[in-house]
Every structure is written in C-alpha cells, then in structure tokens.
Ligand binder design. Structure first.
Ligand SMILES: [Zn+2]
Length: 326
C-alpha cells in the first residue's frame, strides 16, 4: 500500500556495529529500527540490509511496489553509479553489488536502490534538511571511532578518483606523530577522533595516578562502570578540574588545527561537526571557533564571510536521513 501521493523513501545506515533504517516522511523520520551487523560474511551483511527493509515495510504497512527509493549509506569507497562497494576496510564488502542483491532480496526495482559513502550520506542529510540547508559549499566532519568527512562543493558532492575523496581524517597534523591504521604517522584521526580523546583522557588519568595528583575524572570513570568516555574530560573540566582542562585544551588545539586546514582548503559556508563529541555543544564550539577564527587564512575578511562552525542537527539519524536522500 502506498500512502496518499507522498514519496516513500527508506534510508539505511550500514555501520560496523549496527544497521539502522528508517522511513523518511516530510523531511523527518516516521519510523526507525536497527539490528546488530553480522560481519562474518558478505551475505550476512546483505541479509541484515534486507531484514531492516522488511522491518520498515511491515511496521509501516508498505509493500515493495509502494517504495519509491531505498538508499544505503556504507562505509568505504562506494561507486554510487553502479551501486557497488569498491573498497571497505571494516566490513567484508569489497566488490559487493549492494544494488542488485538488495533489490532482488526485497523485490524493489534495482534503479530504486542507491548507495553512497556513509560520511557523504550524512553530509547530504545535513545539507538538505540540517545545518547545511541553503548553502552551496558545506562540509560535515564526524568525530567518532575515526574522523569522517563529507564535502559538498558548489552544490556537488566531492567524489574524486575511485570515489576515494574526502578521507580527511588521514591528513597529517603531527608530522612523524602517532601511527595510524592507514600506514602513515600523525594522521588527524589519531588526535581528533572520539577514540583519540578517550586515549588522551586515559593517559592523563594514569599520569595523575602516577604523580599523586587529584583528578575528578577518576570518580567519573568509576561511576561509569570503569569506562572512559569522550565526555569524561569535558564534564570534569566544566567542573573546574585542572587535569581535565589540560586534556580538553590539548584536544581542542588538535581539532582546531585540523579544521583550520579543512577551511583553508574548502572554504565552506558552514562546517558542521557530528559524532559523539558534538554532543558537547557550545563547550566545544566556543573555544574551537576562537582558535580556528584566529588561525584561518582569510580571517581579515568581514566576520559575516567566515565559515560558520556548528554542531550537526540530525545527530545519530543523519546517516538514515542522508541515505534516504541519496
Ligand atoms: Zn591515517
């Protein structure tokens, strides 16, 4: 059954841990669901994709004929024209023909199934209905396990040779610095991701323990079942903890270095920050803007021409919403 003339789009956010899907209606999500990603094989991942589509169809009373499009946001290098994942570092999907597999599994025409890189899809979501709305030059930088980026230049998604553009987390900000999974040293991802912030927090707590310095981060970790989160240092710093303040200041220095590079290269009208760390809001943004605006190349221009640095608006739903808009 199809709903009264409205366009029925399903978005799927395929991640290393979960596959999340939703039905997009009037620019918002009418229904959401998710399953754990079974990463044991290509067919297991493809089954998971079909499962979430069936879940959405059942919950929303849709049949295959009533679906106008299914978009899948995938990590890795993705050939959107062919609907094929060309390369994926974290999922067993190198060469997987998602378009053909998903369309035959759920009975929807292949030309209605579209795929895109996950960071690109999230950027697309923010560009159409989030903080990038109304701009022509927009970028989304997500701070999570790694650093992801999606970049829209002059109204077009930056794709590059072999659909590999936008791996901005693997630009070096500390020459000869920490080893990165990509094989280089000093990549921004090793300093600016949420995982990096957790490592920096852990190291500081250990230093404090060794040197007999008090830090309230220790209690926060104990209260959180022994887990360090990307919020630990921010919460303790806001509470006046000196060691935590040092962690936050150092993290913001790295982040501002990376983002200033991006702004100098792409000059977006809006640069949005997504991922877990963006939950800090103004505690993160205010000092970050101060640093970036003091360093970026064209800082002597009138303030209204500056890149606006904002938190992403769609949060965890950006992948699903963006996928539905591919
Ligand atoms: Zn790297």
């Amino acid at each position: 059954m199809k709903r009264d003339g409205s366009i029925v789009r399903i978005g799927i956010d395929l991640g290393g841990s979960n596959i999340a899907a939703g039905l997009l209606a009037d620019g918002g999500l009418a229904y959401k669901c998710k399953v754990k990603t079974d990463t044991s094989s290509e067919s297991a991942v493809l089954h998971g994709l079909a499962d979430v589509v069936f879940d959405v169809m059942k919950a929303c009373g849709l049949d295959a004929g009533g679906i106008d499009s299914i978009g899948v946001a995938c990590p890795g290098a993705v050939d959107s024209e062919r609907g094929v994942v060309e390369y994926s570092a974290n999922l067993p999907l190198c060469g997987a023909d998602i378009r053909t597999a998903l369309s035959s599994a759920v009975g929807v025409d292949a030309d209605k199934v579209r795929i895109a890189n996950d960071a690109d899809a999230a950027a697309l979501g923010e560009y159409h209905v989030g903080v990038g709305k109304g701009t022509e030059n927009f970028m989304l930088v997500t701070l999570g396990t790694g650093v992801g980026a999606g970049c829209i230049c002059g109204g077009r998604m930056l794709s590059g040779r072999g659909h590999s553009a936008g791996e901005l987390g693997h630009t070096v900000i500390v020459y000869g610095g920490e080893e990165c999974a990509c094989g280089r040293r000093g990549c921004a991802e090793q300093y600016c991701s949420a995982s990096a912030l957790k490592r920096q927090t852990k190291a500081k707590i250990e230093t404090c323990e060794r040197d007999g310095i008090f830090t309230s981060m220790k209690k926060l970790v104990a209260d959180n079942c022994g887990r360090i989160s990307a919020r630990t240092a921010f919460i303790a710093a806001a509470d006046g903890d000196t060691a935590a303040r040092e962690v936050v200041d150092a993290y913001i220095s790295y982040l501002s270095c990376m983002l200033t590079n991006f702004i100098n290269i792409f000059a977006p009208e809006v640069l949005a920050i997504g991922g877990g760390v963006s939950g800090e809001g103004e505690r993160l943004l205010a000092p970050l803007r101060e640093r970036v605006y003091g360093e970026m190349y064209d800082r002597k221009r009138p303030r209204e021409m500056y890149t606006r640095i904002e938190c992403a608006a769609l949060g965890n739903d950006a992948g699903i919403v963006g996928a539905a808009m591919i």
